[in-house]
Design a protein around this ligand. Structure first.
Ligand code: PGA
Ligand code: ZN
Length: 422
């Protein structure tokens, strides 16, 4: 039974308001959750509430969403006995009633959902990841971290068109060594960028944001930095993952993709990706096409799906139904998983289950606007996804997740590290 639910407006890592939700139970458990926010969002994501008062935070305030938690949600939930966090999630979905969480606000709903799961784990005397594994019936493992070391697109003005260039230490023997590889390559990359006269200022996810347009030029630098740091570029050492977030550079008028000064059709862009995969140790490609390029996704998967992981983010928005549909159409081979895209932990676990049953890989993800909350680290371990992305090995809100994973690795040396099996 919930005795107190309270939301307050705090800041995210981009100096925009977001929510912190604290929850107290009858038996004296008190937990707090922070809500993340994206910048390159899918059109079918759960809808967050922003105040639209131009006099406060440029219209980005979340006092209305806080009011939903402190008012209607608190009144409704505090009056009842709940057997589980899942029941609380179901009650939130029903109370909202819209399917997109737009009435109560996805930011309000996700804050309460995260807090409910923290509280349930605490009541059970378990860490969040042990509790999530127990509830979902999954085998825990430490995920391969995907360090976003070059930021572009909507995350860094003046950077590359491709939003994310990530390092994936697939060949690391364990999680701490994976973190070490990420940090060492990051340092070597910084040195190379400085030496070449590029800016080493950071984008929203802690990666560098040099004014280099051609993706191949960034990839060349990454391979050099991996080698400089003493690692092998590729799956035996440090591989590369891309998130072009292609919906951000698709021209609505004719559906062409504006990349690096060219206007490419879907097929020309797929050709370009194939050349990239031929030349560079890229192992995963997220949002290589826009969410409304449905046939393109099928062609991309047919062409490259047995060479690289074809991952959908904006196109699936962690929605179990959209993932199931894409499984049937062979429109990808894996899904990115973000709790605030769908709104509750229960629906997120459902999306993960759909992936597992289809033999699809899953990567748990932060948002470009983050807080110090570390729920996603526990989710990645507990659900045994084998993959997480939480930005560069830099900036406090990114490091909070990696440091949480280091603490889990230290406390449970028996946990396996690496990609989940088929
Ligand atoms: P977002 O981007 O958090 O800004 O939406 C992250 C991503 O595209 O993976
Ligand atoms: Zn993405």
């Amino acid at each position: 039974r919930i005795t107190e639910l309270h939301a307050v407006e705090i800041l995210d890592s981009r100096a925009r308001p977001t929510l912190a939700v604290s929850l107290t139970t009858e038996d004296g458990i008190r937990v707090r959750a922070g809500v993340p926010a994206g910048a390159s969002t899918g059109t079918r994501e759960a809808v967050e509430l922003r105040d639209a008062d131009p006099g406060r935070y440029g219209g980005q305030g979340v006092l209305t969403a806080a009011g939903q938690v402190n008012g209607e949600i608190a009144r409704s939930l505090a009056a009842r006995d709940f057997a589980s966090a899942t029941e609380i999630d179901r009650a939130l979905i029903d109370l909202d009633g819209t399917g997109t969480k737009s009435r109560l606000g996805a930011n309000a709903v996700v804050g309460v959902s995260l807090a409910a799961w923290y509280a349930e784990a605490a009541r059970a005397g378990r860490g969040p990841w042990q509790h999530l594994a127990r509830t979902a019936g999954t085998t825990p493992r430490l995920p391969v971290p995907h360090f976003n070391v070059v930021n572009g697109g909507a995350h860094a003005t003046g950077g590359p068109d491709i939003q994310e260039f990530m390092l994936a230490p697939l060949g690391a023997p364990d999680f701490p060594e994976a973190v070490r590889a990420g940090a060492e390559v990051y340092a070597r990359l910084k040195a190379r960028l400085s030496a070449a006269g590029h800016s080493t200022g950071l984008g929203d996810e802690g990666g560098f944001a040099p004014a280099i347009r051609r993706p191949e030029d960034v990839l060349t630098l990454l391979v050099e930095a991996i080698t400089d740091a003493g690692y092998t570029p590729g799956r035996d050492g440090v591989a590369i993952a891309l998130d072009p977030a292609a919906g951000q550079f698709r021209r609505p008028a004719d559906g062409r993709y504006l990349i690096d000064g060219e206007a490419l059709t879907s097929d020309a862009l797929i050709d370009r990706y194939e050349e990239i995969v031929d030349r560079f140790p890229v192992w995963s490609l997220e949002d290589g096409l826009a969410e409304d390029d449905g046939d393109g996704w099928v062609r991309l998967t047919a062409r490259l799906g047995d060479r690289v992981q074809i991952m959908g983010d904006d196109v699936f928005v962690t929605d179990p139904a959209l993932i199931a549909e894409a499984v049937a159409r062979r429109a990808a081979t894996s899904a990115l998983i973000k709790v605030n895209q769908i709104g509750t932990v229960t629906e997120t676990l459902e999306a993960l289950r759909v992936c597992r049953e289809a033999g699809w890989a899953q990567m748990v993800s932060h948002r470009s606007g983050e807080t110090e909350d570390t729920f996603i680290a526990d989710l990645a371990v507990g659900a045994g996804t084998g993959q997480i992305k939480s930005g560069a090995p830099a900036r406090g809100e990114r490091i909070a997740k990696y440091n949480r994973l280091l603490a889990i690795a230290d406390a449970d040396p028996a946990l396996p590290y690496g990609l989940a099996g088929p």
